[in-house]
Structures are given as structure tokens and as C-alpha cells.
Design a protein around this ligand. Structure first.
Ligand code: NAP
Ligand code: ZN
Ligand code: ZN
Length: 346
């Protein structure tokens, strides 16, 4: 299927218009017209090869929403005309312990990334959602309620599930203190979900001007992380702190805020290693953990939670020609709170 999209042709290059073909529909495949694709900071990391060598040409994009246009003969999960979402992976081994329990992101053989990866054959590159069409196996897509604003749904497929999953795993609930470090694409979804789950929610931000937005998004407290006294006043208070920051960060001040048996969970993926002093963990039986996106089962659960609670991402919808500027502004923490590309502009 002919697809018009945008690709980076080499590392750190600006994205340019790029035409390519999606595979023919297989028995369990669903074809969709993409309506919106979110710009995740991971797209920037991978174009820039922050995490190591990437595959070029690269069509980024793993926050995809659209409408089903065709289904293969054996598809039972979707109908033509239905809304559909695709996130950070499009296949997995389907048989390992983690795949069987719906946590494909932890597949023992590695999941198949939506882009900058290879299909299960190991040689066919995957192309992501910066384009006007997509083909996906029905088992790797989710239903999207008609009640939700579609542009605001796109970021749920990565930013949303990446915060929903650890909040649920570590049991964020009423009576708990939850902190979110970094009010960007991931962070603003973390605030919405933590507040909706009933937790007392704090934003830790290095951008003081985001204070009012934090409150509007549902946060109960805003801490300017450059204010050391304000940080110190919260020592030993938090059950769970999730770090969404895309840049190198000194974690030491945040460990101090975690209470006995609490956890500091990393979802941001900067390049440099973190420093952890043994006392950071030992002194209060604290955990340092990480979390990767979320499986299909939990992504559907999150979508349903969003429909019930009227939750979507706060987005700035842009045309494909704005991608380079969107990358620049994301790197400068100047995004409220996710850029979403209108796929009609590809
Ligand atoms: P984003 O929208 O750019 O948000 C990152 C936020 O981090 C910024 O808004 C900013 O918040 C804060 N920040 C940026 N530079 C900083 C600095 N120098 N010092 C302190 N804070 C800084 O990015 P995103 O799309 O949310 O992604 C965040 C990270 O998560 C990226 O590394 C991405 O690759 C990773 N990620 C991981 C997963 C996963 O599965 N674990 C999934 C998706 C993305 P303030 O202005 O409020 O300080
Ligand atoms: Zn992402
Ligand atoms: Zn597996």
C-alpha cells in the first residue's frame, strides 16, 4: 500500500517527505488511515542515535490513531470504519511467559518496535506512524472510544501507557503521595492519571512557568526543582516518584524524598548512567526501578479508563512541515504538552 510520510535519511538529519509501501494485507492484518501521530521524545533520541546505531531511512512515530479501512479475512477484533490505536511495538514472539500474559514489551526475544527495528523475519525494516497509512496485526492494536478527541488520543499510545503502567504496577491510589519529575509529554499524562487514581500528586519541574498548568492538569503541588529548600522540605514523603526527564539528571535529591519502602521509577531514557549511592536505597529500604511502555492488554485497559474519565493528552496539532521545529521545541521543553501531526498533511 502506497504511503506518504516523512523520514530521516541519516542520523541527525531533518526529516523530509518520503514515499514508501506498506506490506500487503495478511490474514490477521488491519489497514488504517492514520489521522494523528504524536511526536515522542524517543523519536528524537532515535533520529539522533542517542541510544546507539539506528536504521535509516527512518520513519518515526509510535503514537498512532486512525480509522480502519480494510481487514484481512481472519480478522475478528476490528471492523472497517472503527477507530484504532497502535503504540510502540507491532509484534512479538507471542509464546514466551511475558507475551502470554499480555506484557509483550518484555518479550524474552524482544518486541518488534513500531519503527527503527525489524519485523520477525529479522531483515524487513519497520516504518512508523509519520505517514498517512499503516498496516498492523490485529493483536497489536487497541480500540479507541468514539467519545474521545482523536488528536488527544494519539499520545496515549506511548506517553499515556508509559505512565499508566507504572502507576498501576506500584499501586498509586488515594492516600498515597506520588511525584512526577518533568512536565512534558509523559509527565503531563502521569499527572492526569495519578490524580484520576486518587493519589496526591506533585510535579517536580525545572520550568517554573509550568506551575499553573500543573494545577490545571490535576497536580496538588508544584515544586520548582531549582528551589533546594522546597525540595528538602518534602524529605521522606513519597510512596512513588516517576522520573520522565529526557536529559541527564542527578537523582540524589529525589531519593531523599522517597519514604520507607517507596520507589523511584525511571521511564525517561537519557544517555548517561545515573549515580546511585548505596545509602540512597539502603537507608529507607527504597527501590530504584524502571518501566517500559505497556502491553496490549493494559493499553486497552488504559484506553477504557480514559473513556470513563474523559482523559486525553493536551496537544498542539501541527502539519508535517513543522516536524523539525517540533523536535527543536520539544528539546527546549517548550511543548504543551505533546506535538501531534495531522496525518492529512503528509
Ligand atoms: P518531553 O516531552 O521532552 O518531556 C521531558 C521533560 O523533561 C521536559 O518537558 C522537562 O520538564 C524535563 N526536562 C528536559 N530537559 C531537562 C533538563 N535538562 N533538566 C531537567 N529536566 C528536564 O519528553 P517525553 O516524550 O515526555 O519523553 C521523556 C523521556 O522518556 C525521553 O527520554 C523518552 O525517550 C523516554 N520515554 C520512555 C518510555 C518508556 O517506555 N520508558 C516511553 C516513552 C518515552 P520540565 O520543563 O517540567 O522540567
Ligand atoms: Zn514514545
Ligand atoms: Zn515473547
Amino acid at each position: 500500500m502506497k504511503t506518504r510520510g516523512y523520514a530521516a535519511l541519516s542520523a541527525r538529519a531533518d526529516l523530509v517527505p518520503f514515499e514508501f509501501s506498506r506490506r500487503d494485507l495478511r490474514a490477521h492484518d488491519v489497514a488504517l488511515d492514520i489521522k494523528f501521530t504524536g511526536v515522542c521524545h524517543s523519536d528524537i533520541h532515535q533520529v539522533n542515535e542517542d541510544w546507539g546505531p539506528s536504521i535509516f531511512p527512518m520513519v518515526p512515530g509510535h503514537e498512532i490513531v486512525g480509522v480502519v479501512t480494510a481487514v484481512g479475512p481472519d480478522v475478528t477484533k476490528f471492523r472497517v470504519g472503527e477507530r484504532i490505536g497502535v503504540g510502540t511495538f507491532v509484534d512479538s514472539c507471542r509464546t514466551c511467559e511475558y507475551c502470554r500474559r499480555g506484557e509483550q514489551q518484555y518479550c524474552t526475544t524482544g518486541d518488534t518496535p513500531t519503527y527503527n527495528g525489524y519485523e520477525r523475519d529479522g531483515v524487513t525494516p519497520t516504518y512508523g506512524g509519520y505517514g498517512d497509512t499503516f498496516i498492523v496485526d490485529e493483536d497489536f492494536a487497541v480500540h479507541v472510544a468514539d467519545s474521545l478527541d482523536l488528536a488527544g488520543v494519539a499520545p496515549l499510545l506511548c506517553a499515556g501507557i508509559t505512565l499508566y503502567s507504572p502507576l498501576r504496577h506500584w499501586g498509586a491510589t488515594a492516600g498515597q503521595e506520588v511525584g512526577i519529575i518533568g512536565l512534558g509529554g509523559l509527565g503531563h499524562m502521569g499527572v492526569k492519571f495519578a490524580a484520576a487514581l486518587g493519589a496526591t500528586t506533585t510535579v517536580f519541574s525545572h520550568s517554573a512557568h509550568k506551575r499553573d498548568d500543573a494545577a490545571r492538569l490535576g497536580a496538588h503541588r508544584f515544586v520548582d526543582t531549582t528551589d533546594h529548600a522546597a525540595m528538602a522540605a518534602l524529605a521522606g514523603r513519597y510512596d512513588l516518584i516517576i522520573n520522565t526527564v529526557s536529559a541527564d539528571l542527578d537523582l540524589a535529591p529525589y531519593f531523599d524524598l522517597v519514604k520507607v519502602d517507596g520507589a523511584l521509577v525511571i521511564v525517561g531514557l537519557p544517555v548517561k548512567a545515573y549515580q546511585v549511592r548505596p545509602f540512597n536505597l539502603v537507608a529507607k529500604r527504597r527501590s530504584l526501578a524502571g518501566s517500559m511502555a505497556g502491553g496490549i492488554k493494559e493499553t486497552q485497559e488504559m484506553m477504557d479508563f480514559c473513556a470513563e474519565n474523559g482523559i486525553t493528552s493536551d496537544v498542539e496539532v501541527v502539519d508535517a512541515g513543522y516536524i523539525a521545529r517540533a523536535f527543536e521545541r520539544t528539546l527546549a521543553s517548550d511543548v504543551k504538552y505533546r506535538f501531534v501531526i495531522d496525518a492529512a498533511s503528509f
